[in-house]
Design a protein around this ligand. Sequence first.
Ligand SMILES: Nc1nc2c(ncn2[C@@H]2O[C@H](COP(=O)(O)OP(=O)(O)OP(=O)(O)O)[C@@H](O)[C@H]2O)c(=O)[nH]1
Ligand SMILES: Nc1nc2c(ncn2[C@@H]2O[C@H](COP(=O)(O)OP(=O)(O)OP(=O)(O)O)[C@@H](O)[C@H]2O)c(=O)[nH]1
Ligand SMILES: [Mg+2]
Ligand SMILES: [Mg+2]
Lengths: 293, 273
Amino acid sequence: KLADRLGQTFKNLSGKGVLSESNISDAMREIRRALLEADVNFKVAKKFVAEVTEKATGERVLKSLSPGQQVVKIVNEQIVELLGSNAEKLELTGKPPHVILLLGLQGSGKTTTAARLAYLLQKKQNRRCMVVAADLQRPAAIDQLEVMAKKAGASFYCDRNEKDPAEVTRAAIHKAGLAYNDVVIVDTAGRLHVDSDLMEELERVKAVAKPDESLLVLDGLSGQDAVNVALEFNEQIGFSGAVLTKMDGDSRGGAALSFRAVTGKPIKFVGIGESVTGLEEFDPSRMAGRILG
Amino acid sequence: LVFGEGVDENTLELAEEILLASDLGWELTELVLERFRKEFKLNRDSSWKVILVDILEELLPENKSWSSDAKPAVTMVVGVNGAGKTTTIARLSQAITRDGHSVLMGCADTYRAAASEQLALWGERLGIPVHTSIEGTDPGSVTFDAIKKAQTLKLDHVIIDTAGRLPTQKGLMDELSKVYRVAGKAMEGAPHRVLLVLDGTVGQNALPQAQQFMKFIPVTDIVVTKLDGTAKGGSVFAMARELNLPIRYIGVGEGADDLVVFDGRTFVEAIVG
Ligand SMILES: Nc1nc2c(ncn2[C@@H]2O[C@H](COP(=O)(O)OP(=O)(O)OP(=O)(O)O)[C@@H](O)[C@H]2O)c(=O)[nH]1
Ligand SMILES: Nc1nc2c(ncn2[C@@H]2O[C@H](COP(=O)(O)OP(=O)(O)OP(=O)(O)O)[C@@H](O)[C@H]2O)c(=O)[nH]1
Ligand SMILES: [Mg+2]
Ligand SMILES: [Mg+2]
């Protein structure tokens, strides 16, 4: 554990005095290692360590905490602050139907999230949700969402004869308006940020959807590449937040810190299971504890 | 022996960035940089990138070719959710068919929504027989039936798809052991191969993931998918080294032909750039 390792680093410091720059630089090596092992992007880790060094240097060594614990406390607070100390909610303002667009890499959990989000909004905000099967390329993607929508108790829209996901989206939103669905959640096909045709397709879907929220669905097991994905999707398409999935596993989830550090956008939800109940709101302090291990 | 100068700070920093960015991890990066420093001194003729490539290539376990006289040869495919198991099975089956052999795909994922529809559609597209059953059926019995069917049809291969699962789900991990044992009951020696499919974007969780799966079934080979993106798949080094598992194939796209036989040199060159 980081606190134990820092304990080793600081075992010569007594309860008096100030944390010196050399004490700190040894500690920072351990912190950097812990962040890298937690999958925080190495550039983000470097910048983070510099910021914490600044905060920790010259701090009075508190009597109540060991120097190691004190540094961990500073690091923890800094991570929580970076992750967004106030968890941000969904912004569904203006005239319904409110549209939420889901986007991201292959297999990240978009289809499952569409159903889970519908379930959550129905339960917590009493919304009438429609989920839209706008992934027209993955085999049986429409069937998958149909089954999940039924489990979530949400209405479902698809068009098995349509080839254009933008058209499916347009027709779905039109239907949602007529059927008094106040939230429309659009599931899209997984795609790579380096696939220009598919990124251009996503741009068209977004232009039609005019979403209140665009959420990047990011695999919680992601390593260093998460920053590239986050930056590219934000730059090329633009999103308002993220959903971090598969966090019921034992991945440390450093991708959360990387995502937030490079985009400044909030993580709004966390996937913690495959069933329709497997989505909860993002908790920055719990995430910080997990990243630190 | 004439020693060259030590490697300069700039190059060392660049090397470290390349290694960390590839998901090699802190510990292996330190190890590689240590060797890199030594090699650089002894080896002033090579470019620093070539030195790095050589060191990385040495970290990979030797890939002995696999073959089985069993008929059908039974392959079981496992891995976490969304890693690319089902698509890998479609691609593998396509390659087997191209080689002039016969194969049956068995869907022992009776859990996830539309899992059997997904595999059945692939079978339809590729003209390959698929054995499925309804959602909720015991995966062991689907596995049993798929192997028996392949035996009856005298096919060369049968590949068993399983549901994605996280190693933290103890119940699902036990289920995997059971499916493995049932395969052995259907046919002695089965499964002859167990492929662990790893998402190429995975970070340091690759090693603990593989270690956990190994506790429940004897994984024999690794497949790394989604390397057509910008992720380099460096987290497989620690896993391959620690568990001495060969990397058999890599996935480079979503199409039926997008699976290539793993080549260590090419893989490492893509990392170093
Ligand atoms: N354990 C767990 N599994 C999850 C979670 N979110 C998604 N999954 C599983 O991950 C796999 C992939 O999820 P999908 O919803 O199909 O992912 P996707 O992004 O729609 O995939 P593509 O459409 O192919 O890009 C499925 O097996 C899901 O059940 C989660 O939070 N926890
Ligand atoms: N770009 C790219 N996408 C891939 C690759 N391999 C698989 N995919 C995509 O990743 C997504 C998930 O693939 P699946 O085959 O459904 O994964 P799985 O492991 O069977 O998922 P579960 O059964 O839900 O656990 C699909 O959209 C695939 O098309 C690859 O090598 N490259
Ligand atoms: Mg999907
Ligand atoms: Mg599958």
